[in-house]
Write a protein that binds this ligand. Structure first.
Ligand code: GN1
Ligand code: MG
Length: 355
């Protein structure tokens, strides 16, 4: 029996109509399962990246329990959490050899979009991140595990890149221009971590991946109603989320677009930040605002370096469609960084105007 069928049988006791590959995630394997009466999301967790599956499920559970208590009657009306489904024997995962399988309820009448659709969409994605940070602002971080220790500690990604470049056997002249961009930005990598160590920025709860394809938008009224992909929900600096939300939502051609078409769109940025800030006003400090611009640059550079490092390393982290895919993705992010830096003044003006 195919592994995904074997796994499905652990979560559902009905005839299965179909199991199809679902979504565009770069890490886990995701399927949409349909039976006579239900739909669910089945996922094989990538355990070479998430080496501690229990930490991941603990954090997701902490999130859903916190929200149920906090939102009370409003839970499910204004905000949804994809509910984990337990196996027939009450376990969070079906462990099949080395593979960890889990399932979630399918959220109906809503969808995610691969790329940003409109100004309204940008503002909904921003509002979703703001709600998420706000809802979780009083969840004690002690209740959460660090489910992916390297994740969004930018200097660690720089160190991984340095190692990969040192070991790289290919032609370095071909990639010299990207090596130079990274060299020119070496100091930027530690900007948020330094601020954290100096006590200027606080550890809070982060989503870790606020890209458009992780925000569910209601079919009824086009409002954001849920974040999916909660694997990187963990303690961290929300600036990585703020920066990442703008990196991934303000480039209309997306992560797989043509490099010459990449642009950091200021109107979309106004939409994202304008949606985000009203939700977090009560707890964002002046220093938090001061770091917004740098976090947009940093996370874009970090993403470029993560794709580039994976290319140098033989594509072992992100799923790829062809051998140069990670290089192409890195180039898109380098272009985006260029566009952000060229508009520094305008971006800073938007941040101050919304403050
Ligand atoms: C990965 O698996 P997916 O597509 O949700 C990555 C994110 C990146 C994203 C870029 C655990 O997310 O950090 O922002 O690709 N997730 C992990 O598309 O590394
Ligand atoms: Mg993700």
């Amino acid at each position: 029996m195919m592994p995904e069928f074997r796994a499905t049988n652990q979560f559902i006791n009905e005839n299965i109509k179909s199991i199809e590959i679902y979504g565009t995630g770069n890490i886990n394997d995701t399927y949409l399962v349909e039976s006579e009466t239900k739909k669910l999301i089945l996922q094989k967790l990538n355990t070479s990246i998430f080496t501690n599956p229990k930490y991941v499920s603990n954090n997701i559970k902490a999130y859903s329990e916190h929200l149920k208590t906090k939102l009370n009657g409003e839970y499910k009306k204004e905000w949804l959490v994809p509910e984990p489904i337990l196996t027939n024997t009450g376990q969070e995962y079906f462990v099949d050899g080395d593979n960890y399988w889990r399932a979630f309820e399918f959220i109906d009448n809503a969808r995610t979009y691969e790329d940003i659709q409109s100004l309204k969409h940008a503002s909904e994605v921003g509002a979703a991140l703001g709600k998420f940070h706000n809802y979780l602002s009083d969840l004690p971080i002690e209740n959460l595990y660090d489910s992916l220790p390297i994740f969004h500690i930018a200097p660690k990604y720089l160190a991984a890149y340095d190692r990969a470049l040192a070991d790289y056997k290919g032609d370095k002249a071909e990639i010299a221009e990207y090596i130079k961009i990274i060299e020119d930005h070496r100091e930027l990598f530690s900007i948020l971590e330094d601020a954290k160590h100096l006590g200027k920025l606080k550890i809070r709860v982060i989503h870790g991946d606020p890209k458009p394809s992780n925000v569910m938008i209601s079919d009824d009224n086009f409002k954001a109603i849920a974040f999916v992909d909660l694997d990187t929900l963990k303690p961290g600096l929300i600036h990585y989320d703020i920066g990442d939300c703008m990196r991934s939502n303000c480039n209309p051609v997306g992560e797989n677009g043509k490099p010459e078409e990449v642009v950091f769109d200021l109107e979309l940025m106004r939409g994202v930040l304008g949606g985000y800030l009203p939700q977090v006003k009560s707890f964002l400090s002046d220093i938090d605002y001061d770091y917004i611009y740098d976090s947009i640059c940093l996370i874009t550079l970090e993403m470029a370096v993560r794709f580039f490092e994976d290319y140098l390393n033989g594509n072992s982290y992100f799923k790829v469609k062809h051998p140069r895919h990670n290089l192409d993705r890195a180039i898109v992010q380098f272009e985006l960084l260029k566009s952000i830096e060229a508009q520094e003044k305008e971006i800073k003006e938007i941040i101050s105007s919304l403050r």
